[in-house]
Design a protein around this ligand. Structure first.
Ligand code: HEC
Ligand code: HEC
Ligand code: HEC
Ligand code: HEC
Length: 504
């Protein structure tokens, strides 16, 4: 081949071609460079604080000015359009889906209303709306203590910083209605100065202290689950710790399992309520999500809650943590598929398969529990003595605790299917033991018939069966929402005008 200079001499247009091609290449490279510089500038823009606020700033919108991507994705927890087979981000009226729950909780506020949770955005709205918090007005108090606010809002760490936890928990729920108005948010999980993850709830720190662990030594990956463990855990209100206070306590002293916690409660003779039909001394499991997750394969392989529920996301060349906390089944590509190569449909199928198998037996346990409560009531009606009934009631207590621990550990059938399966099996055994003892009691009382299963196939029928005055409860609530809640909001917005924020 001839040297290029000679070729150009023979065909001068070649020189022009080379010249134009070079210009095009340089131009494209220039575009790339400018795009990179722009993205860098955006990155700086996104992470330069625009406003300065106090470490206890409860308003997510204010933090959002400095961290728009995290804030905007957090705000998507307001979306209620996704539904998976068993969960999703819409609120589900669980008593309507499954009226047996009314009988299981007879005599306890959960029989009035119980919904499957939705996004963090709704935490305040939903605790105001739920019948369990009552309709406080004038001298009428809420049946719930202030402790119930603890897992709802970044106003909680703000108030606790002023008074300490015991003073915060003291009094009834209505007393702090005007103080707690911002839904779960930034200050619940982050330190405002460093943006590091932080534990803002003392109950978690205290629970670890009692078992000799210091949460401040937790690793970064552990923190990505522990921020959730501030709220997604089993708890009870300790009335003995501080006089006149229902002190939020996690029952972890013997360990995390259903059996360990059952022993903890038995040892201190704790009961949440006495069952209206069977008179059994009952326990209500809250939502042992963290405890159950810790027994599963993902936790054992070091996967955190945030890995699945808050995966990384890219936008405009910027990688950030997706704060749209929701069912990962609405986001398989960013969550599961970071680690698993299977197709979306396969992964979703694995989740549903585990859930369906667990629910099959959980439903059976529920039916046995309804029968046990109804039969125990019949035994009392026939004149059974407290002495012979006691062992039956303890079995019912333990069986229902296991059912509830499994049912209330939202996501548990996927987080740890083997453990949840085990807990339900032991619940089935306990419920059957109760019913065998009941059969003997019936025999000794000369009763030899089947105790009929109640007609409770709708929510309305079930609530009528346990004699709940639903019309009154609903109309009182409506009145409370119309008159009291707007007053709370007004006081709060006046207060928030005085918070110190400076704009740079
Ligand atoms: C301050 C307490 C608190 C913290 C911290 C918290 N949650 Fe929640 N979470 C709640 C409450 C309360 C609800 C129910 C809200 C409702 O239904 O109004 C909820 C609901 C949820 C839901 C259901 C949402 C849906 O769309 O189905 C998921 C999933 C969830 N949380 C996961 C997490 C994860 C993961 C973390 C940690 C990264 C976490 N939460 C941290 C209190 C908390
Ligand atoms: C339930 C806990 C929780 C809440 C509420 C929360 N975050 Fe986060 N945030 C996290 C976790 C977990 C990470 C990942 C941290 C890590 O791995 O270092 C994170 C990371 C961040 C980061 C670091 C950059 C990134 O995207 O990874 C910023 C900034 C941030 N969050 C801002 C916010 C803002 C603003 C809010 C309120 C609108 C908020 N967060 C609410 C848990 C939370
Ligand atoms: C951060 C990595 C990571 C993410 C994210 C993740 N997994 Fe996994 N998954 C693992 C590891 C590690 C194992 C254990 C496999 C082993 O050790 O052989 C596992 C195991 C499993 C198993 C088998 C568990 C069993 O019950 O026997 C299933 C099913 C599964 N994952 C589904 C999912 C789904 C669905 C998602 C999304 C919601 C998901 N994984 C998200 C890492 C991950
Ligand atoms: C390996 C992935 C993975 C990890 C890790 C994980 N989850 Fe889940 N979680 C899921 C899946 C999948 C579901 C089922 C979602 C569905 O059925 O739509 C779920 C369901 C839930 C639900 C119920 C959601 C709803 O829509 O009502 C909550 C609450 C929850 N998880 C919280 C947590 C918490 C808290 C942790 C850590 C202690 C955690 N999860 C760890 C994958 C995970």
């Amino acid at each position: 081949m001839k040297p290029i200079s000679e070729q150009i001499k023979e065909k001068p247009y070649l020189g022009w071609l080379l010249f134009i091609a070079t210009i095009i290449v340089v131009f494209i490279l220039g575009l790339f460079a400018s795009s990179v510089i722009e993205r860098r500038a955006e990155a700086v823009f996104a992470y330069t604080p625009q406003v300065e606020y106090d470490n206890r700033e409860p308003r997510n919108e204010i933090w959002g000015q400095n961290f728009p991507r995290e804030f905007q994705s957090y705000y998507q927890t307001a979306d209620t359009s996704f539904k998976s087979k068993h969960n999703g981000n819409a609120m589900i009226d669980m008593i309507d889906v499954d009226p047996r729950l009314v009988v299981l909780w007879a005599g306890y506020a959960f029989s009035k209303e119980y919904n499957q949770g939705r996004g963090h955005y709704y935490a305040i709205e939903d605790i105001r709306n739920i019948l369990r918090t009552g309709a406080p007005k004038g001298k009428e108090k809420s049946p719930m203590p202030n402790t119930c606010w603890t897992c709802k809002s970044p106003d909680v760490p703000r108030l606790m910083a002023q008074t300490g936890p015991a003073e915060f928990y003291k009094g009834t729920w209505d007393e702090k209605g005007h103080e707690i108005v911002n839904p779960i948010g930034c200050a619940d999980c982050h330190d405002a100065k460093t943006m590091n993850l932080q534990i803002s709830r003392p109950a978690l720190i205290e629970a670890f202290q009692r078992i000799g662990k210091n949460v401040s030594n937790a690793s970064h990956q552990e923190m990505r689950s522990l921020v959730c463990a501030q709220c997604h855990v089993e708890y009870y209100f300790d009335k003995k710790k501080v006089e006149g206070v229902q002190y939020l306590t996690f029952p972890w002293d013997n360990g995390f399992s259903a059996d360990n916690m059952e022993k903890y409660y038995d040892d201190i003779n704790f009961t949440d309520w006495t069952h209206a039909l069977s008179k059994a001394p009952m326990l209500k499991a809250q939502h042992p999500g963290y405890e159950v997750h810790m027994t599963g394969i993902h936790a054992q392989r070091g996967v955190s809650c945030a890995d699945c529920h808050m995966p990384y996301k890219s936008e405009g060349g910027q990688k950030f943590t997706d704060h749209h906390i929701q069912s990962p089944l609405n986001n398989v590509a960013n969550s599961c598929q970071v680690c698993h190569r299977e197709e979306t449909s396969k992964l979703v199928e694995s989740v549903i398969e585990r859930q369906d198998k667990i629910i099959e037996n959980r439903d059976k346990l529920e039916e046995l529990l309804v029968r046990a409560h109804v039969e125990a009531k019949k035994a009392w009606d026939l004149g059974a003595s407290e002495n012979i009934m006691n062992p039956v009631l303890i079995d019912i207590r333990h069986a229902q605790w296991r059912w509830d621990y499994a049912a209330a550990s939202h996501g548990g059938s996927f987080h740890s299917p083997v453990e949840i399966g085990r807990i339900i099996s032991t619940g089935l055994v306990k419920a059957q033991e109760a019913r065998i003892k009941l059969a003997r009691i019936f025999a000794s009382l000369g009763f030899n018939e089947e105790v009929p299963y109640p007609d409770i196939n709708t929510k309305e029928k079930a609530q009528k069966y346990i004699k709940l005055p639903m019309d009154k409860l609903n109309s009182d609530k409506k009145e409370f929402l119309k008159t009291i809640v707007p007053e709370w909001d007004k006081i709060a917005s006046e207060r928030e005008k005085n918070y110190s924020i400076s704009i740079n």
